[in-house]
Design a binder for this molecule. Structure first.
Ligand code: CP
Ligand code: NVA
Length: 305
């Protein structure tokens, strides 16, 4: 494992290893046991999109591992003025021990990882958000005591979260159901890759336009914003189309009675999810946010240690 670009690239054992290490680091942190695994190392953090959780959890995580996080806004570095990814990679690898990047085009992250002789971590592209899903798997494990055989239902936009959740569920031995409206389905190539991962795991992948079919008996119910970063101009149209996909009490009632509700955040109450669900007793959204810290420390320790 040189980089973390997509959970599809990892074996089931590698995913399990990251989750186990994340849980161990979490336990150590809570018991006051220091773990300076990356002492003296520096992580460059390139952002061309906004962030609260990702930025803070990577910065704090790197600090807790004894290293130094260097925030690099694309507004300030020459990449934002047209310097090539190739030259950026060749320069940064001379200073840094790893790069975390959040940007639009997935191909830019693939190019960066190809060109840089140091680990590259995908902290969200238009296509994928693997770090979030590692935290989500960790959270589901903590609440359910296992992952194997659980059913996760994702209701909403066929976006970066839906894609990474499919990959993550397959690697974790979970079943997965995705319900999206027509015209907003998941990327066809990602679905093909996911299908082969599910075939290998012997678990089920359901792709449907029917939210009730997807959520039936689910152990984990997941949704995400209907308007991802970069789609602001489509907002009015999207809000109309996605209305039948809102996760509200009526829809949630079709899930398993002990289902947990998950959302990567930021959330827009009254749109993709109602307050009674996201702020209700079955919601674990802040555990997911916390686990970003622990899961990403496992990723950094594994790739940069
Ligand atoms: N879930 C997530 O990645 O949040 P941020 O956009 O705040 O980093
Ligand atoms: N799908 C959302 C996820 C935010 C963490 C977006 O890309 O904006």
């Amino acid at each position: 494992m040189k980089d973390l670009i997509s959970l599809h690239d990892l074996t089931a054992d590698e995913v399990k290893g990251l989750l186990d290490l994340g849980l161990k680091l979490k336990k150590e942190l809570k018991s006051g046991i220091a773990h300076p695994i990356l002492k003296g190392k520096t992580l460059g953090m390139i952002f061309t999109k906004s962030s609260t959780r990702t930025r803070v959890s990577f910065e704090v995580g790197m600090t807790q591992l004894g290293g130094y996080p260097l925030f690099l806004s694309s507004n300030d570095i020459q990449l934002g003025r047209g310097e090539t990814i190739h030259d950026t990679a060749k320069v940064l690898e001379r200073y840094l021990d790893g790069i975390m990047i959040r940007t639009y085009a997935h191909s830019d992250v693939l190019e960066l990882a190809d060109e840089a002789n140091i680990p590259v971590i995908n902290a969200l592209t238009d296509l994928l958000h693997p770090c979030q899903v590692l935290a989500d798997l960790m959270t589901a494990y903590e609440h359910k005591g296992k992952l194997e055989g659980l059913k996760l239902a994702y209701i909403g936009d066929g976006n970066n979260m839906a894609h990474s959740l499919m990959y993550g569920c397959a690697k974790a031995g979970m079943n997965c159901a995705i319900a999206t409206p027509s015209g907003y389905q998941c990327d066809a190539e990602v679905v093909e890759n996911a299908k082969s991962d599910f075939k290998a795991s012997g678990r089920e992948l359901i792709i449907t336009q029917d939210p009730v079919e997807a959520i039936k008996n689910a152990d984990v119910v997941y949704t995400d914003t209907w308007v991802s970063m970069g789609q602001e101009a489509e907002k009015a149209e999207r809000l109309k189309i996605f209305t039948p996909y809102q996760v509200n009490k009526e829809l949630f009632a079709h899930a398993d009675s002990e289902a947990v509700f998950m959302h990567c955040l930021p959330a827009y109450r009254g749109y993709e999810v109602t307050e009674d669900v996201i702020d209700g007793p079955q919601s674990v959204i802040f555990d997911e946010a916390e686990n970003r810290l622990h899961a990403q420390k496992a990723v950094m320790a594994t790739l940069m240690g």
